[in-house]
Design a protein around this ligand. Structure first.
Ligand code: TRP
Length: 433
């Protein structure tokens, strides 16, 4: 549940629908499904194999499997990457809290078209919400792996699925929803371009939390008797299912309201309040309830992901630096709060500050999504496919040969990890460069 919770997040509800809208609808979904199965799943399993076999976080794992080699830099890189992601993720998590607050206190009225712009550029509200989001993340992580992370995920994941299904059913029943459904289901292969392929793969990495040691760290807490394959398949399957549910919740509503599906990152924040406002004119109570449910869903989904990013850094400080969990969590909170604050201010007072041509927020997003995650994924598959001993990988994947289905599938998986994944990732990497 925790691994699925890490995967399911803003990536599914906020990023997936607007990527579908920007990259041609159903054709993007077809490529995305293919990438998840043949590329992302092997990467996820590679991280799991490293984490579970060493029972350590990213840095410790590299020290155990390849002591005294340059691989320790992969360990260090993956301590920092998720913290950069956490910094800007928490800003978006903060926006979700602000929208939830707006749904609870006043609902959405006539000012929706300017709401998003005025909110993200007004520093105090956005900063306060970013702080609240990060503080909630830190509190759950502080409570520990068992009583904090596991408990929170066990309750909130099933709740998330129920909420998104309720919203989807509502959305599918809006007049005009059917064009949204066919947009999601009927691929137009003339729209298939290399950038669609690169975007679909990048989205599947982001959505499955790959390449930055999150999955590795969670896997280090798995029991030796757990099944790596079914855990990975379950997480990836739930993640995929959730993305599709979110797509079917959002696209029909976008079409019903006559909104442009390729509107970009603002798609849910700028256009869904429109829908809630419209709905509110006809049925104020229903609109209020649906919008509250919707933003509660987003905040919970974002939290189950943000705690996984935070845990990577905390695990490092506790395991390698001997810090207490409290001290480690506070330190991570302070660091990510500072970087997140800069990201948040980059929509307002710091909008003129540019790093390599991008605002601070966009720079952090691009640095991690386009480069660090791809690079990290490449190194993880190379590590499992070429550096680790094949027999050791096989033992870990099959629980010492006791899992028959895993033994049967090992050859195929190993082939994907050793040959297919590195080549394909290199191609994406070069494309995005
Ligand atoms: N997968 C999460 C989402 O879809 C985000 C996430 C969690 C993540 N941990 C990560 C993204 C590590 C990249 C790397 O929202």
């Amino acid at each position: 549940m925790a691994m699925a919770g890490s995967a399911i997040g803003l990536g599914n509800i906020w990023r997936f629908p607007y990527m579908v809208g920007q990259y041609g609808g159903a054709v993007f979904i077809v490529v995305y499904l293919t990438a998840c199965i043949f590329l992302s799943l092997p990467i996820l399993l590679s991280e799991s194999i490293i984490g579970r076999s060493t029972q350590s976080g990213t840095f410790g794992a590299m020290e155990k499997l390849a002591p005294g080699t340059a691989w320790k830099w992969l360990g260090l890189l993956t301590v920092f990457s998720p913290l950069i992601i956490l910094s800007f993720y928490s800003v978006v998590g903060g926006w979700s809290i602000e929208y939830l607050w707006q749904s609870v206190t006043s609902g959405f009225g006539d000012d929706v078209s300017t709401l998003f712009g005025s909110f993200i550029s007004a520093p105090w509200g956005a900063l306060a919400c970013h702080t609240i989001f990060l503080a909630l993340t830190a509190i759950i992580v502080l409570a520990g792996v068992k009583s904090g992370i596991e408990k929170f995920n066990k309750v909130s994941l099933p709740v998330l699925f129920i909420l998104i299904i309720v919203i989807m059913v509502y959305s599918l029943n809006l007049p005009g929803a059917s064009s949204g459904v066919s947009y999601m289901l009927k691929p137009d292969f003339s729209k298939l371009t290399p950038s669609v392929v690169a975007a679909a793969m990048g989205q599947s990495f982001f959505s499955l939390s790959l390449g930055v040691g999150t999955i590795l760290t969670y896997s280090s807490y798995m029991k030796k008797s757990d099944n790596i394959l079914t855990t990975g398949l379950g997480s990836a399957g739930f993640d995929l299912l959730f993305a599709l549910l979110a797509g079917f919740a959002i696209m029909p509503a976008v079409f019903a309201a006559g909104i442009e599906p390729g509107a970009g990152p603002g798609l849910i924040f700028e256009t869904l309040p429109f829908i809630f406002a419209k709905m509110g004119a006809a049925a104020p109570v229903v609109s209020r309830i649906v919008s509250i449910l919707f933003f509660v869903t987003i905040v919970i989904a974002a939290l189950t992901s943000s705690i996984s990013m935070c845990e990577v850094g905390v695990a490092y400080l506790v395991e390698e630096k001997g810090m207490s969990r409290l001290k480690a969590t506070l330190l991570i909170f302070a660091g990510t709060w500072t970087l997140g604050t800069l990201c948040s201010l980059s929509f307002g007072p710091l909008s003129e500050v540019h790093l390599f041509g991008d605002t601070i927020f966009d720079f952090c997003d691009k640095l991690t999504s386009n480069y660090l995650m791809t690079f990290g994924s490449l190194l993880f598959v190379l590590f499992v496919g070429w550096k680790m001993d094949r027999a050791a990988v096989c033992r870990e994947f099959t629980n010492n040969g006791t899992l028959r289905a895993n033994s049967f599938l090992f050859g195929l998986l190993y082939f994907l990890i050793r040959y297919i994944a590195p080549v394909v990732i290199l191609i994406i990497f070069v494309t995005s460069l």
